[in-house]
Design a protein around this ligand. Sequence first.
Ligand code: NAD
Length: 254
Amino acid sequence: MTELLKGKAGLVTAAGSGIGRASAIALAKSGAKVMVSDVSEEGGKETVKMIRDNGGEAQFFKCDVSDEDQVKALVDETVSAFGKLDIAHNNAGINAGQVKIGEMESEDWDKTIKINLYGVFYCVKHQINAMLETGGGSIVNSASGSGLEGSAKMTPYTASKHGVVGLTKSVALEYGKQGIRINAIAPGATITPAIEKWAQNQPEQYNGVLESLPAGEMSTPEDQGNVVAFLCSDLAKQINGVTVPVDGGYTAGK
Ligand code: NAD
């Protein structure tokens, strides 16, 4: 445990797995009380247990970020449970299939944009209104390397993540004077359950990606969570509107 975020109250979306789980754990280890949220009750409750087992403070609230009413309820519940909202990690995002745009089903496009971009919009809107009540806060969005460069056969994902980067920059210009900072992380390939499955099923493709990474290894969810905790903290008080690549140097070569 550190005291980096001592006394802070936060929430993390899609915290039932992967990067969101690691971020919720990192915030709690840094002393914050965390509202763990996910559309999956099982995953979210497991994260709460992991935090509590380590002496941290967390609660679970089920929320599908593509539904604005559920997002508002998540923010309201966090304020009601912890008395305020200081920090938030808007992490939910999906990649609905890999096809070229000419073969894409419109419903896959809609679903991706609805979760990845509308979801972040709903979260930021309601979080900012809660943070204004107590003089400010810090928000971190999960973008992606695909928010910084194109990705073939992942057009809706790429478009949504570029949208998250643009939203993050614009909102930073709107609320800085009211004590609110907003940044994003752009994870490179990160070893989450989905990537582990892919490594098992397509080892050649996986090894090819490993080869292309300057660090020679993928990042871990914990690598991402640690950067989120830093960005949420006062150590990062001069960082606003930025998307930080957390990819072992991959985007440096782009
Ligand atoms: P993951 O697949 O490990 O977990 C995703 C979680 O999101 C699950 O617990 C799931 O229940 C939850 N979820 C799905 N739809 C939801 C919704 N509508 N509302 C709330 N929760 C929902 O995910 P991950 O790989 O850790 O990715 C997390 C974020 O990081 C995503 O935004 C993703 O785009 C981004 N990202 C991941 C990588 C990577 O390599 N893993 C790389 C770049 C960006």
